[in-house]
Design a protein around this ligand. Structure first.
Ligand code: ADP
Length: 183
């Protein structure tokens, strides 16, 4: 299964992606995690992207797209993947479309996590990652609204939406039901 997860920062995509990976048997590819790994390993790419992550800006598309292109060329993605945090704008979605078309593949679904922004601010402040400061969180939320949420129209024929408010097990169950086309 080839799946993209879309939802505002703090909606729980990463947590649910880890569970969906186990249920669906496909790798979880988080662009945020990939960037943070580069930063902690102090690679050149890590040095290049650090200030974007710290300020909650999007990393330039050229950098992000190449990193994803490379990741999707790895053999473990041949039978599917869960993309978490990519695409984050329509330009990235076009690039993903090209990568898949070249491989004769297409997305099976885009899973949307619906949650009120104000609910997640507290959650993120408690998580305490370096980019989880209130002004940076608000900025990431704003970028979600302006840059990322248009993807829900872009992918309207494959979007499956779930209520992301609830405990982790409940939300996982909803996600699996929704992906099976059940209510
Ligand atoms: P969250 O969902 O809480 O915003 P992520 O781990 O998905 O956290 O992303 C953290 C940061 O990584 C973003 O604020 C951005 O700087 C960078 N990033 C992640 N994915 C992308 C992407 N597809 N395009 C550009 N920047 C990205």
């Amino acid at each position: 299964m080839r799946l993209v997860l879309v939802g505002p920062p703090g909606a729980g995509k990463g947590t649910q992606a880890d569970r969906l990976r186990d249920s669906l048997g496909v790798p979880h590819i988080s662009t945020g995690d990939l960037f943070r790994a580069h930063i902690s390993q102090q690679t050149e790419l890590g040095r290049e992207v650090q200030e974007y992550l710290d300020s909650g800006e999007l990393v330039p598309d050229a950098v992000t797209n190449e990193m994803v292109r490379e990741r999707l060329s790895q053999p473990d993605t041949a039978n599917g993947f869960l993309l978490d945090g990519f695409p984050r704008n329509v330009a990235q979605a076009n690039v993903l479309g090209e990568i898949l078309a070249n491989a004769g593949q297409k997305l099976d679904a885009v899973l949307e996590f619906q949650i009120d922004e104000n609910v997640v601010v507290e959650r993120l402040l408690a998580r305490g990652r370096t980019d989880d400061k209130e002004d940076v969180i608000r900025h990431r939320q704003q970028l979600y609204r302006t840059e990322t949420s248009p993807l829900l129209d872009y992918y309207s024929d494959v979007v499956v939406s779930i209520d992301a408010v609830g405990d982790v097990d409940e939300v996982s169950a909803r996600a699996l039901r929704a992906l099976r086309g059940e209510k």
